[in-house]
Design a protein around this ligand. Structure first.
Ligand code: NAD
Length: 477
């Protein structure tokens, strides 16, 4: 059974309760995690504050950076172990889990290297004054982590927070948190002082809600559903605590008639089936210009028909969905679409020999999907791609921007002026032109507009989110 990490010690939850960890491939419990609640969160927040008041708070930026760089190396050395754990916990194919483990190491390398390169400003002011603006940590940062990429998401928010000198309390998802706990163990090995990182597992409505509402935190970052995002904003607002929200998307892939279709097709397929579609930046809407619609849909159908779903060891295109609840949700989207007569163009298949009780769903290509249908505007978070035709550039922009989300977009055209116009007019936090892949780029600022959330993670901009400024005005005679 896993414990909580508080003040550098592994401890049981005060209530002594546990939560079963379910293998999504079999539907069976294979271990337990501690069920932390508000009393455990109190201890974790207090430990984080003590770390800030102690050696961690006094450490130089260079020393912090060294610890993070060391952690990056340790993660690389434990890459296979982390990948095995992530695959067991989430069901994802081993090759995806291995790529995830490598990406986590990159976060600590990138922000470890950046820790002592964060510069302030001086401002010319009145005669006899020195004015400087310095970047300072928020203090205690709260991290609510989702289940889709548990290790990567932890690295993504934790590494810049620690680089800036914050002390963190992490609440990983009850549906997948084993790699988060492993990262805690590795962080201690790297020399992170007690209390700089605390991890409290438990349910969102218990440990998560207690953390975001805690008067002792100074900043919160949340990745998950828009509904819970509203609750996080409400509870942090009560203490005037700023937050960064990453709430998913309905990202369009826009294919014009002059696109390199052979190049585009496999990348577009991967962007929706990777991690069984449980990716906030999944390209879940395929918008195709009318002139090439039939031809491209035939190509995409052939790709979809060849997709296979299996266990991590089979290492196929997709694994299972994360939980029975999520399986029911995604299945209801697919059943509704079929019942409402939306044509199913192609479907992948479940590999022979997968456990019957697992949460496996075959990837589906639907089209043409009516523009007002829920498949055209709501996030499924499963391996379901909705195809819609468009007439011209103006129509493509209208359709691309016609959802409440705005996280990522892909534009496929060889026309350079059109590339620039589309990049400018699409409402989203990232635009990829003749490529796609938000997940890989640790260096690339990431985050949404509209209901995809606000604030930026990744890249150097994350260091600004994870800090605030102090203006120091010195008068000299
Ligand atoms: P969720 O929003 O309920 O959970 C995400 C995290 O928030 C978990 O750690 C959970 O414990 C925590 N949480 C839940 N309630 C909380 C509360 N009141 N206060 C603080 N923390 C709380 O997401 P879910 O139920 O796991 O998934 C539902 C849907 O959310 C998915 O179908 C998908 O559409 C979306 N989702 C998006 C992302 C993303 O990357 N943007 C990730 C996961 C889920």
């Amino acid at each position: 059974m896993s414990k909580l990490l508080i003040d550098g010690q592994w401890v049981e939850a005060i209530g002594g309760e546990t939560i079963d960890v379910i293998d999504p491939c079999s539907g069976l419990a294979f271990t337990k995690i501690a069920r932390g609640r508000s009393a455990d969160i109190d201890l974790a927040v207090a430990a984080a504050q003590r770390a800030l008041d102690g050696p961690w708070g006094r450490m130089t930026a260079t020393e912090r950076g060294r610890i993070l760089l060391r952690l990056g190396q340790i993660i690389l050395a434990h890459g296979e172990e982390l990948a095995q754990l992530e695959a067991r916990d989430t069901g994802k194919p081993m090759s995806v889990a291995r790529a995830d483990a490598a990406a986590v190491a990159r976060y600590f390398e990138f922000y470890g290297g950046a820790a002592d390169k964060i510069l302030g400003q001086t401002i010319p002011y009145l005669n006899g004054y020195n004015v400087s603006v310095v970047r300072i940590p928020h203090g205690v940062t709260a991290h609510i982590i989702p289940w889709n990429y548990p290790a990567q998401m932890m690295g993504r928010t934790l590494a810049p927070a620690l680089a800036m000198g914050n002390a963190a309390v992490v609440k990983p998802s009850e549906d997948a948190c084993l790699t988060a706990l492993k990262l805690g163990e590795l962080a201690l090995q790297a020399g992170l002082p007690p209390g700089a990182l605390n991890i409290v597992t438990g349910y969102g409505t218990e440990a998560g809600a207690a953390l975001t509402a805690h008067p002792g935190i100074h900043f919160a970052t949340f990745t998950g559903s828009p509904e819970v995002g509203i609750q996080v904003q409400q509870s942090t607002a009560r203490n005037h605590v700023p937050c960064v929200l990453e709430l998913g998307g309905k990202s369009p892939q826009i294919v014009f008639d002059d696109a390199d279709l052979a190049k585009a097709a496999p990348i577009i397929v991967k962007a929706i089936v990777q991690n069984a579609g449980q990716t906030c930046s999944a390209g879940s809407r395929l918008l195709v210009q009318r002139g090439i619609y039939e031809r491209f849909v035939a190509t995409m159908s052939a790709h979809f028909a060849a997709l296979q779903v299996g266990t991590p060891e089979m290492d196929l295109d997709c694994g299972p969905l994360i939980s029975a609840r999520h399986y029911d949700r995604v299945s209801s989207f697919i059943a509704d679409a079929a019942a409402m007569g939306v044509p199913k163009l192609a479907e992948g298949r479940l590999a022979a020999g997968i456990p019957r009780a697992g949460y496996f769903v075959a990837p589906v290509l639907f089209g043409p999907v009516p523009r007002e249908h829920r498949l055209a505007c709501q996030e499924v978070f499963g391996p379901v791609l909705s195809v819609m035709p468009f007439e011209d550039e103006e129509d493509a922009v209208q359709l691309a921007n016609a959802t409440e989300y705005g996280l990522v977009a892909g534009v496929w055209t060889e026309n350079g002026s059109r590339q620039a116009r589309m990049a400018q007019r699409i409402a989203s936090g990232q635009v990829f032109i003749n490529c796609y892949g938000a997940g890989g780029g640790v260096e690339l600022p990431f985050g949404g507009v509209k209901k995809s959330g606000y604030g930026r993670e990744k890249g150097l901009l994350a260091l600004e989110e994870m800090s605030t400024t102090k203006t120091i005005v010195q008068h000299y005679a």
